[in-house]
Ligand binder design. Structure first.
Ligand SMILES: [Ca+2]
Ligand SMILES: [Ca+2]
Length: 416
């Protein structure tokens, strides 16, 4: 359908024009993310919600490419914050990790100042208790794709490509008589992929966790157009510091950035944010696309752009200035949630989940929610004696303290 033609023909019925234009112009997005590791996944999800609030896209689902038990609850927190509490969430097959040297802990994502996924799950409203209760991503992909019009779904990956590989390999099922590759060919419009480096390199999403073979399978067998946002695109654009200036303290996106970056007002590279922005707005005047040739993936997850053969592959080259790109992404990152139920304040820490017993005296650091060290070598009673009359923050976490690394390693309790 030609959107402009529709608009012209129906120019006397403004509402219908708007609806018709929206129907053909607004991308329908599935975000596939390794949420809970790097905080730019959280930023990417926030940017996607802001774009949806602006009417620039519809969000169909969020898929998790790592079966971290806290990532599902934390994604549900962000979805709920943006008044989309029932947005479907799928999760990668847990069994795919069993044969790997990589050992998946319950939550691998505890960074120097704590896990932002854990913090979100502990302190904000949501109703997904654990990722284990979510549907498998392959099944959710197939269910959604089968229900959508042809060539109408845009997939954005900002993590590993294991879900894409499984989708392409999936057999016919209750949702569709088509095998995965044919279902993608029929239903998917395009894929925006944060991964690789251009013209060549070795980037985390493509190689980490022994994902090289899955990456190669996904890229080699993808039957529709794919555009790559490479490492070099996102690494040049630093975003997030304005969250501390533009949003309330308890904005969950702000808190996630504070925790991941161990302090307020800090920036992070915008790898995942750029892939979302491209998926929704296209090249706009932000980027040019190299379209001649193809992206060749090696088994070790490295990649190199080849002049031939020519496939439906492209990669982004930035046109706009880095400061302008930063302003665009920061504007979306800090945009207040739009319509719908008003944002609720965080639940009390006493309702927090995943509370664990305190350890022995003398083996802990006490950190506030930003990761700031309040005191060390203490327990709860010692904290009060050192800080008489202190108003307890809503969620002070006690972390086992590794003096040799000056890091908080693992959450072992919550003071409330
Ligand atoms: Ca929910
Ligand atoms: Ca990511």
């Amino acid at each position: 359908m030609n959107c402009g033609l529709v608009a012209t023909i129906l120019n006397t019925a403004r509402l219908i024009v708007v609806l018709a234009f929206a129907a053909c112009a607004v991308p329908n997005i599935i975000l596939d993310t390794d949420f809970g590791g790097d905080v730019d996944d959280c930023g990417a999800l926030a940017v996607l919600h802001a774009l949806a609030d602006n009417g620039e896209c519809n969000i169909l689902a969020v898929m998790l490419s790592v079966p971290d038990y806290l990532s599902g609850p934390a994604v549900d927190v962000v979805n709920t914050f943006y008044s989309r509490p029932d947005l479907p969430i799928g999760v990668a097959h847990r069994d795919i990790f069993e044969d790997r040297t990589f050992s998946l802990p319950k939550s691998q994502k505890v960074m120097a100042c704590g896990s932002y996924a854990e913090y979100l799950a502990d302190n904000y409203p949501h109703d997904v208790a654990t990722s284990d209760e979510l549907p498998l991503s392959t099944n959710l992909y197939r269910q959604i794709l089968a229900s959508r019009p042809d060539t109408s779904v845009t997939i954005v990956t900002v993590g590993y490509l294991i879900n894409i590989a499984h989708l392409l390999q999936s057999p016919p099922d209750e949702y569709s008589d088509l095998c995965g590759r044919d279902l993608v060919a029929k239903k998917v419009k395009a894929w925006s992929c944060m991964g690789g480096a251009y013209p060549e390199g070795r980037e985390w999403n493509f190689w980490a966790l022994n994902m090289g073979p899955a990456t190669k399978f996904a890229v080699d067998n993808w039957p529709r157009p794919v555009t790559f946002s490479g490492y070099e695109i996102g690494s040049a654009i630093l975003t997030g510091s304005t969250l501390a200036e533009e949003t309330p303290y308890d904005n969950p996106i702000r808190r996630a950035y504070d925790i991941y970056l161990c302090g307020e007002g800090k920036n992070r590279e915008s790898w995942d944010l750029t892939a979302v922005l491209y998926a929704v707005r296209g090249l706009a005047d932000y980027w040019a696309a190299e379209t001649n040739g193809c992206n060749e993936i090696a088994a070790d997850g490295s990649n190199a752009w080849q002049a031939s053969p020519d496939k439906q592959h492209a990669y982004l080259k930035q046109l706009k200035s880095t400061s302008e790109m930063k302003d665009i992404l920061d504007g979306l990152l800090t945009q207040p949630p739009g319509e719908g139920e008003p944002y609720k304040t965080p639940v009390a820490a006493s309702q927090a989940q995943h509370r664990l017993p305190l350890g022995p005296n003398g083996s802990f650091g006490v950190f506030d929610a930003t990761g700031r060290l309040i005191t060390r070598g203490t327990d709860r009673a010692c904290f009060y004696s050192l800080h008489p009359g202190t108003r307890m923050p809503s969620a002070v976490h006690i972390y086992r303290y590794r003096a040799e690394e000056n890091l908080a390693a693992r959450a072992v309790g919550t003071i409330h």
